[in-house]
Write a protein that binds this ligand. Structure first.
Ligand SMILES: NC(=O)c1ccc[n+]([C@@H]2O[C@H](COP(=O)([O-])OP(=O)(O)OC[C@H]3O[C@@H](n4cnc5c(N)ncnc54)[C@H](OP(=O)(O)O)[C@@H]3O)[C@@H](O)[C@H]2O)c1
Length: 427
């Protein structure tokens, strides 16, 4: 029998407890071993009582779990960084194997914790930290390990994907869809972490550490969220054969690692364009395997619990085989993060300009002076003396498009630059 302690009895903690209880017999048959929850840390004990945790298993003292010699696996599900890091570090030092779903912590301090886990020869598993119920970490760690991973492009935040899907399918505005998502409980009252791309940034950081053996943190990710995406951009994207998605991007290039989260145009025919509502997906390109897409529910109590329980079972097998710590050989190579201004993309630019002759040539010159060449231009909508001009550039360095947009914004013919978004043509 393997005894475990669970730190945190919220959405995911509750899901894990329910899954382990309901699948107890099946798990025992599959593993020829039993997993018993010995203690649950609950800051609000009523939450543990409400899901049927017996009184004698509920504690408000983390040391009842961390210092219990019978507990071999500690499952951290409190979230946040500092306290969770303290609990996990102490658990590892006490020789416990650890499972966590905590993307904030792994993205910020993962390498430090992996090192600690290595020193103690224990397992530190975190499948649920990226993509909730989608198996991503294990395939990256094991099945795809023989590849050089060239790029990973992910839709890794269900809230923003739900919002962009509603904006696209129902023609809703950003403000209306955010309110709806908050009313339905899909978005937090403070939606910053989702809509500003920070949550997706943490997840792509974890994947970049794993795939590129890079010592990166979430602070290295350039995050641009969806607050600026207008209903009009979605309509224009559709007209041009694209869908707008919030993409988390990691690329291993000779010049350095690129890490970013950007609302982007992707061609409608690309498999990521079909990932709708709260679903997540990761599109991985490896030099041997080619393109692989992993898809499923990226959040929610039971999908996430599914990943946490899978980790617990895997560690239980290692404990039985006395082989914990074997998968922890994470080496870190010295790789630089590519500065944002050196990243190269094609851009969509929507602007409101004077509806007069020679405007286009002035704009083309403004772009050309900064090495930006234009792939296509469409004049969409005209009112009074104004025209809406939509153009797509060829691939350019960010520093050049920024300089060109500054010049163009100052032209007397240009009323305003309405929006600028990346166009991912060669995913
Ligand atoms: N929700 C998802 O769909 C999802 C998906 C993937 C990963 N995750 C990750 O899973 C983790 C848990 O998320 P969640 O959604 O379950 O959060 P949650 O519902 O807020 O649950 C966290 C629980 O931990 C408790 N807690 C917080 N600090 C504590 C402390 N110092 N001591 C004891 N208990 C403490 C909270 O107690 P109170 O009840 O008293 O507040 C709460 O019950 C996070 O790292 C999150 O990023 C969540």
């Amino acid at each position: 029998m393997i005894k475990i302690g669970i730190l945190g009895c919220g959405t995911i903690g509750g899901g894990v407890i329910r899954l382990l209880e309901s699948k107890g017999v099946e798990i025992q048959q599959k593993m020829d071993n039993q997993i018993e929850i010995k203690k649950v840390l609950a800051r609000t004990p009523d939450k543990a009582r409400a899901i049927g945790v017996p009184e004698e298993k509920i504690t408000q003292d983390p040391d009842d779990i961390i210092n219990d010699p019978e507990i071999q696996i500690v499952v951290e599900l409190i979230g946040g960084i500092d306290t969770a890091k303290d609990f996990i570090s102490r658990a590892i030092k006490a020789g416990k194997n650890v499972v966590t779903a905590n993307k904030d912590l792994i993205a910020r301090h993962g390498n430090e914790l992996y090192k600690l886990a290595n020193e103690k020869n224990i397992d530190l598993y975190y499948e649920a930290s990226v993509g909730g119920g989608i198996p991503i970490i294990m395939p990256m760690r094991r099945t795809l390990a023989g590849n050089s991973i060239l790029s990973m492009i992910g839709i890794l935040n269900g809230t923003t994907n739900y919002m962009l899907t509603r904006m696209s399918k129902e023609g809703m505005s950003y403000d209306a869809v955010l309110k709806e998502a908050q009313d339905l409980g899909f978005a937090e009252q403070d939606p910053t972490s989702d809509v500003d791309g920070l949550d997706a940034g943490r997840k792509i950081t974890i994947l970049a550490k794993l795939a590129f053996n890079a010592d990166v943190s979430d602070l290295d990710v350039r995050c641009e969220g969806i607050r600026g995406v207008r209903q009009r951009d979605i309509v224009l994207a559709k007209d041009l054969g694209y869908t707008i998605k919030l993409l988390a991007v990691a690329k291993d290039k000779e010049e350095g690692i690129e890490l970013g989260v950007y609302p982007s145009f992707i061609p409608e025919r690309h498999p990521l364009a079909a990932v709708s509502d709260a679903y997540n997906a990761l599109y991985v390109t490896g030099d041997a395997v080619g393109d692989v897409m992993l898809y499923g529910l990226g959040a929610g109590a039971m999908p996430t619990a599914s990943s946490v329980v899978g980790d617990i079972m895997q560690i239980a097998r290692h404990i039985k085989a006395e082989s914990t710590g074997i998968g922890n050989d994470l080496r870190v190579f010295d790789k630089q993060v590519l500065p944002a201004e050196k990243t190269v993309y094609s851009y969509y630019v929507c602007m409101t300009v004077d509806d007069k002759p020679n405007v286009l040539s002035a704009i083309a010159k403004g772009f050309g002076d900064h090495n930006v060449s234009i792939q296509s231009v469409v004049q969409k909508h005209t009112t009074d003396n104004w025209a809406e001009l939509v153009l797509i550039t060829h691939d350019v360095e960010k520093k050049d498009i920024d300089a060109a947009l500054k010049t163009i914004g100052e032209l007397p013919e240009v009323g305003r630059v309405d929006n600028v978004l990346r166009v991912m043509n060669d995913l």
